[in-house]
Ligand binder design. Structure first.
Ligand code: GUN
Ligand code: ZN
Length: 427
């Protein structure tokens, strides 16, 4: 048993609903093996568990690890590619890079690199697209399994409007996905996600085949992209003239339901918002990507007020950072452009418990509470001179935390714990 002392930030509810009182600050968290056993005042926990090894982090912040609800690990090496909007960006940078994942050793190299980069940034769980190649799925699951991370991933299915070497078929997408699902889903801390890339790259036959696969495996999540850019939406309309809207191109093939994750979801029509809310599907906000690719402003305030289930994500490598701190900063800036200043408690909740809720895993990860998995991060709230001089004036935890949200990076991440094991520490 280990007793970690510091400023322990955890949540008793959703601060968008219950207010910032839903965020609590405690002094100690006790872990035993892979689980969190107790959280509370340091003196109480010391008295209750006198045999525990005490690890004192002083004034450092202890939080649940970050949960990144939408990433493309195969795009690690093309992050920060200049000058294109969505469709040109896919054709110029993304598809050529994804072609390289037919080679198992390349997929393994990038999977390891992605996990190293994100763990050092405090991300303990993520939900990733792979490429069309089954090898890319094996690579990320094997790498996550070696480290002990809880992750979600799936083979990206595409049978049109993609280059030779990146297309499957309706049948092979179904069969490959089914085989990978049975190989990985539920093994260790791994979950398979059924993954049609988006309507422009999947025929109706493929969407139908994946809809029936999801119906047969309804305990799996299903991820795709929805209404990211206006050009994309116009293309979807041209490809599917009889669909009521973009969401309908999924809905009519069984790809709408609880457990569906829609990345971006910027330009939603009223019917789409209402249906997504009705079935309690998840929307994933990818703020650095939406700014970087020039997509638009996600309506966080209005969608949360309407009761939508929302996660936060980097969308690496359309997103311009591996860091969920940078992603929170971008979400804050996009909120400001929409006249809704997100509170630091709301931002932190989105990056942890909100994303876990979007992935239907908030009982396991994304918070510090007895029984939950011990995926923890320890943060230095004065990790650079610029941040230290700002926090020097802080009068409460939120003023102390906000400069790290806005200006922090991997230098703020002092330690990362996965399932009760310290896997990263800064010298
Ligand atoms: N839409 C379809 N594929 C992608 C992708 O790889 N990245 C982003 N940002 N949007 C997409
Ligand atoms: Zn994406």
């Amino acid at each position: 048993m280990q007793l970690l002392l510091g400023q322990v930030l955890h949540f008793t509810g959703d601060p968008f609903i219950q207010g910032i009182e839903a965020a609590r600050l405690d002094e100690a968290v006790l872990i035993d093996g892979a689980r969190i056993i107790d959280v509370g005042p340091a003196a109480t926990l010391r008295a209750r568990h006198p045999a525990a090894e005490v690890i004192d982090h002083g004034t450092a912040l202890i939080s649940a690890g970050f949960v990144d609800a939408h990433v493309h690990y195969p795009q690690t090496a093309i992050i920060a590619s200049w000058g294109k909007r969505l469709i040109d960006w896919l054709n110029s940078y993304t598809f050529p890079e994804e072609l390289r994942f037919s080679e198992q050793s390349y997929a393994e190299k990038i999977a390891d690199r992605y996990l190293d980069l994100t763990l050092s940034n405090g991300t303990t769980s993520f939900c990733s697209y792979c490429t069309v190649h089954p090898e890319s799925v094996d690579a990320i699951f094997a790498a996550a399994s070696r480290r002990g991370s809880r992750i979600w991933a799936g083979k990206t299915c595409m049978d049109r409007n993609a280059p030779d070497g990146l297309r499957d078929t309706a049948q092979s997408a179904h069969d490959d996905s089914a085989r990978l699902l049975s190989r990985w889903h539920g093994k260790d801390r791994l979950s398979y996600v059924i993954t049609p890339r988006f309507t422009p790259t999947s025929t109706e036959e493929q969407l139908e085949a994946l809809g029936s696969l999801w119906a047969a495996h309804s305990d799996c999540l299903m991820q795709t992209h929805l209404s990211e850019q206006t050009d994309e939406i116009a293309w979807v309309k041209a490809l599917c003239p009889t669909a009521r809207d973009y969401l309908d191109t999924y809905e009519r093939h069984g790809l709408l339901g609880k457990g569906a994750l829609y990345g971006h979801a910027i330009w939603l029509e009223d019917r789409e918002k209402a249906r997504i809310r009705e079935v309690d599907a998840s929307l994933i906000h990818c703020p650095t990507s939406n700014a970087f690719i020039g997509s638009g402003l996600f309506a966080m305030g209005a969608l949360k007020s309407d009761g939508h289930r929302i996660g936060l994500a980097t969308d690496t490598g359309g997103g311009s950072s591996f860091s969920m701190l940078r992603t929170m900063a971008s979400a804050y800036e996009i909120g400001q452009l929409g006249h809704r200043a997100l509170h630091p408690a709301e931002l932190w909740w989105l990056a942890t418990q909100g994303s876990a809720q979007a992935l239907h895993a908030d009982h396991l990860i994304g918070n510090i509470a007895p029984g939950m998995e011990a995926d923890l991060i320890v943060l230095d709230l004065a990790s650079t001179p610029a941040i230290a001089q700002a926090t020097g004036r802080a009068e409460d935890i939120w003023q102390a935390l906000f400069p790290t949200i806005m200006m922090g990076d991997e230098r703020a991440i002092r330690e990362v714990w996965l399932a009760g094991v310290r896997v990263h520490s800064r010298p």
